[in-house]
Ligand binder design. Sequence first.
Ligand SMILES: C[S@@+](CC[C@H](N)C(=O)[O-])C[C@H]1O[C@@H](n2cnc3c(N)ncnc32)[C@H](O)[C@@H]1O
Length: 281
Amino acid sequence: MSGFGPTEVCHCRFLSFPNVTVKNIYFQPAGTVWGTMTEKGTPEATDAHEVYDRMAASYAETNPENPARAGYEWPGVREILPDVEGERVLDAGCGSGHYSAWLAERGASVVGVDASESMVTEARERHGDVAAFEVADLRDPLPFDDDAFDLVVSQLALEHVEDWDGAATEFARVLGEGGELVASMDHPFTTYFVIDHEPPEIGSATAQNADYYEVERYERDWGEVTMPTYRRPLREAVRPFFEAGFALTDLREPLPDTDVEHHDYFEENTPRFLAVRAGLR
Ligand SMILES: C[S@@+](CC[C@H](N)C(=O)[O-])C[C@H]1O[C@@H](n2cnc3c(N)ncnc32)[C@H](O)[C@@H]1O
């Protein structure tokens, strides 16, 4: 899925490896997909934040108005956000800071973190007057004290992280008692169905086969860039948070508004995004 590509949903360039799962599919910097699952001799995989580094300026310029964000993912997230007035909010995987600024403008004290230095630079330049931004990787311990925040917001960033146990544990640590999490992600059903069953024009996955129960790395073809992403079953989208002490308090599968590309498909077949709210027990 490409809910947040620079400008548009791109058509797939499918690989022709009929019986191969997508645990590891690698690409050359030019964006030409060339590898497949390997047990040995795995080439160095590019990290998503390195790709975001290359597209930070165009992302900052176009993403907030992208219909898949403005008319689909964001309304689903906004519906389940608590009142943030006076709250200490961590925006985890903040990108160019658009949503950090929205939260800050509603009275929150916001820190945004992102592994992409270029994204953090964009965020500081655009929204540094209302929120603080730091480079931090969600695969590592977060550079904050225990109980530093009341709310963690993370929109469409976790799908670039393979292991969610560490991130969930860190979110719980930096949140105090009663802390909450609001996160959006690619819907696990959509990433599975689009890879495994659906026509190329519906998604941008460069893979053809998926094993529903596995956490699998695959690539998305966004035209100018190819983006490393992980898909996972529904259980793996919630288990790390349950084990870190969160209880689910809301879950949304938003419907697209009429401006979204492939509107009919996402209205009739499978939801593209999942938004969850959870609180520390
Ligand atoms: C689709 S963008 C979302 C940005 C922002 N949350 C928004 O909604 O506009 C995904 C972001 O995740 C960041 N990201 C990817 N891998 C990351 C990691 N391991 N740690 C922190 N951020 C990461 C990328 O750099 C990128 O800014």
